[in-house]
Design a protein around this ligand. Sequence first.
Ligand SMILES: Nc1ncnc2c1ncn2[C@@H]1O[C@H](COP(=O)(O)OP(=O)(O)OP(=O)(O)O)[C@@H](O)[C@H]1O
Ligand SMILES: [Mg+2]
Length: 266
Amino acid sequence: MNGRAEEVLAGGAENRGAVVRVGDTVRRPQKPFSFAVHLLLQHLEAVGFEGAPRFLGIDDAGREVLDYIPGETVTATVPAWARRARTADSVARLLRDYHRAVSSFRWPSATPWDSSVEPPWAGGGLLCHNDPVRSNIVCRGGLAVALIDFDRAAPALPEWEIACAVRQWIPLRGEEDEHDPESAGQRTAARIRRFCDVYGLEGGSRLRVLDAIRDSEAASRVMLERRAAEGHPAYVRFLREGAADRIEARRLWLDRHAEALRDAMV
Ligand SMILES: Nc1ncnc2c1ncn2[C@@H]1O[C@H](COP(=O)(O)OP(=O)(O)OP(=O)(O)O)[C@@H](O)[C@H]1O
Ligand SMILES: [Mg+2]
């Protein structure tokens, strides 16, 4: 490390405490599939995509070395700007541009990608990021500029990726809208539609995003409970702080507004 200071980058859960900044670089633990992620990052660099860190090599401690991307990520309390439509628009544009850049990426057939994408959304010819949550997108001035943390990258359908982003970047309303649930449903539906439009998703695919949102909510609950049961401290804490209840509240909300949501997508 040449004696250079390491600053722990807090915010993530999976690798909490183990992701550090050293100067203009980030060091992260490697996974069995990291070499495949490195091929992906090298492809993105080769095609000139600037919304991802460059892969710079492996350090003496065996960690991957990536560009540090200046900006901010939302890791705890969600600030007002992260709920705004202009921010969600910028996330939709970032995903659209990422999918364009990655569409020419071909990987060896036996490549061991992460396997957290649920059927029927897994597979296909597009190497999705699969985790475009608030802590994995660097923003500047309230606009998304880069995806980081490609640990869940794997072939998947774009609807899954879009659903994951929608769940995080568009507030799916809960109890607070009980006084006017119908217009709340329509407002949120219009925002999801807008996200799909900015990304460039057509009719049938927009409807599939709704299914993917439901599946993604369910999958995140299963993952949360499994990781907590395994004793992973970050997930134990999420569970204690009511994360499963919030997922359940969103599921009920989605059920209640299913019709408004479908109407807005067609
Ligand atoms: N390349 C980067 N450039 C700038 N900041 C970064 C970079 N990589 C990580 N960070 C910062 O460190 C935080 C944690 O990093 P990272 O997402 O890699 O951790 P993680 O524990 O793997 O996350 P997760 O829980 O999503 O799996 C990010 O939220 C971000 O604030
Ligand atoms: Mg992360």
